[in-house]
Design a protein around this ligand. Structure first.
Ligand SMILES: Cc1cc2nc3c(=O)[nH]c(=O)nc-3n(C[C@H](O)[C@H](O)[C@H](O)COP(=O)(O)O)c2cc1C
Length: 176
């Protein structure tokens, strides 16, 4: 697939078909994601692959806004960072997650980012239980790691609409 086509096809898709993702395809997604650059080559990002429908359903309850769609996904990859390995573990995780989403497009999959870091479970209680704490009770997240996001992954029965325009004039400044 041409690079531009890959970029254009990456849309956040929150509805998935029943089709599971084979181990071979999961392995290729992981291999692609691990190529991500990291600050000082610290490679602070770790991935946790979750295929259990029961666990993904529980993960979908991690927030009361913007995560419930995850329960229909056959695959969820938790993107987490080793805090002590890099002071910019979040940036490293974000690059990894982006490459993972592009790798999904390359394999004919769709995906959506679900933010965990800095998010409370209940929108109305920003100081209440945090998503990271909830996930630790559910998954075997290593103590030294924190979760940036989860990428929900699956196949789609429909072709998402093309990306809207990018407000090029507003968002790009050419320094004279
Ligand atoms: C840092 C980040 C956090 C996001 N968090 C969520 C989320 O928690 N739930 C969700 O449904 N989508 C989430 N998204 C997906 C965005 O809503 C989506 O990328 C945006 O609306 C643009 O749509 P597109 O991805 O189809 O181009 C997130 C995306 C990014 C980059």
């Amino acid at each position: 697939m041409e690079f531009r086509e890959l970029l254009d096809k990456r849309r956040s898709v929150r509805k998935y078909s029943d089709h599971g993702v084979s181990r071979e395809v999961v392995d290729s997604l992981i291999d692609a994601t691990l190529t991500a650059p990291s600050a000082r080559n610290t490679r602070s990002t770790k991935l946790m692959v979750v295929e259990s429908a029961e666990k993904i359903e529980k993960m979908s309850q991690m927030r009361d806004y913007g995560s419930s769609f995850m329960k229909g996904a056959p695959l969820a990859i938790v993107v987490m960072g080793e805090r002590e390995k890099s002071d910019v573990w979040r940036a490293n995780c974000a690059i990894s997650a982006t490459i993972l989403q592009l790798a999904c497009v390359d394999k004919g999959l769709v995906s959506c980012w679900v933010q965990a870091d800095g998010r409370p479970r209940l929108k109305s209680e920003p100081q209440g239980e945090q998503v990271d704490e909830y996930l630790r009770g559910l998954l075997s997240i290593p103590e030294e790691c924190s979760v940036l996001c989860i990428i929900a992954i699956g196949y789609s029965d429909f072709e998402p609409a093309p990306l809207p325009s990018f407000e090029r004039e507003d968002r790009v400044v050419w320094e004279e």
